[in-house]
Design a binder for this molecule. Structure first.
Ligand SMILES: Cc1ncc(C[n+]2csc(CCOP(=O)(O)OP(=O)(O)O)c2C)c(N)n1
Ligand SMILES: [Mg+2]
Length: 348
């Protein structure tokens, strides 16, 4: 039997209000999920057009996990999102055209054309860009949490990791330090049931990843990663608990990776039935029907939002395409931070 708590689904609008979201917030969450998917769907088009150098990664199926957690973060909190967490960038306010520019290696992407992939973040929005080595960003996030503790700031660090990456030593080190020092840290496991072609039973021997939290001295919770409201509620609880000195939480968001590991992988090793089963639990479809049943989302409103997103995507694609490739003479710029780069609320 699992040790970690299993999160309850969020039922009514009343419960959602108690968790801190009004109707306008709910529609913002819905928009952010649609933009997240829209960006990645357009990314596929750019890839097929030969406009994306290198590979292309998406987080299809993880829109609720990424948007739900980011919605619960405070403005001065810090996060280290990974390759399945586009929704974090979108929710924190990265404009879609800058992501398309990033995909295409253009000068207006967050890395100013230094990288054509998801190793990106806008530091002004409290996000730190990932490196490929997984889960190397967890110790970085824990370091932020330690800094907040030392400076006596009421801020929280959120670190993401995959269930496959949880097998590595840096995950253990990060959780040990966060647990022993009771740091203001929230660990979010994007458990999409595959680490490339490795299934979960070959990744960890416990029933859930969140079961490990108890051994590190903090709470573990498993949440349905296709239910954006349940994710939000658990993330908010964990973040506010950490802010008030209650120590870390490990939230495991259970989903299925709905595409290959990256665009070069057709996921032939994932049973067809598994895709069919999880397709019925599409996070955006689930939230849309919840909004209709519980928050009076009308057909007109839905069409209006869909049109709005389509326009954002079209304008963003065009604006990104107009962005130039970086000037080679600037290649050494951005290697080290300037005093101006560090003059943000997140670096104070
Ligand atoms: C230390 C390290 N080893 C191997 C890799 C190659 N690699 C990239 S993604 C990946 C699978 C990761 O699986 P998981 O942590 O479950 O994340 P997911 O991609 O499923 O979101 C691997 C093995 C890497 N990036 N870093
Ligand atoms: Mg995985």
């Amino acid at each position: 039997m699992a040790i970690a708590r299993e999160a309850e689904p969020v039922g009514s609008l009343k419960e959602v209000r108690e968790a801190g979201l009004d109707r306008e917030d709910l529609l913002t969450v819905y928009r952010n999920m649609l933009v997240t998917r829209g960006v990645e769907e357009r990314g596929h088009i750019l890839y097929r057009q030969g406009k994306i150098p290198g590979s292309f990664y998406t987080g299809r199926g993880n829109e609720a996990g990424s948007v739900g957690v980011a919605t619960a973060m405070g403005p001065n909190d810090v996060g280290t999102p990974l390759h399945r967490d586009m929704g974090v960038h979108i929710t924190r306010g990265v404009e879609p055209w800058r992501i398309f520019a990033q995909y295409m290696g253009r000068a207006d992407g967050p890395t100013k054309g230094r990288d054509g992939n998801v190793h990106m973040a806008d530091g002004r929005l409290g996000l730190i860009a990932m490196v490929s080595h997984l889960p190397a960003m967890l110790p970085v996030a824990v370091g932020c949490a330690l800094a907040f503790r030392i400076r006596e700031e009421k801020r929280v660090a959120v670190g993401w990791f995959g269930e496959g990456a949880s097998a590595r030593g840096d995950c253990h080190e990060a959780m040990t330090l966060a647990g022993t020092r009771r740091l203001p840290m929230v660990f979010v496991c994007d458990n999409n049931q595959w680490a490339y072609s490795t299934p979960t039973h070959l990744e960890y021997a416990s029933e859930t990843v969140a079961d490990r939290a108890q051994a590190y001295g903090f709470e573990g919770v498993v949440v349905d990663g296709t239910d954006v409201l349940a994710v939000y509620r658990e993330a908010r609880r964990a973040i506010e608990k950490a802010r008030e000195g209650g120590g870390p939480t490990l939230i495991e968001c259970l989903t299925l990776r709905m595409e290959g590991h990256a665009v070069h992988d057709d996921a032939f090793y994932v049973p067809k039935e598994m895709f069919e089963e999880w397709a019925k639990r599409d996070p955006i479809e689930r939230f849309r029907s919840w909004l209709k049943d519980n928050a009076d989302l009308t057909d007109e409103e839905e069409d209006e939002i869909a049109l709005e997103i389509k326009k954002i995507m079209n304008d963003a694609m065009k604006r990104a395409d107009d962005s130039p490739l970086p000037d080679p003479s600037t290649v050494t710029e951005g290697v080290y931070a300037t005093p101006e780069d560090l003059d943000t609320p997140h670096h104070k």
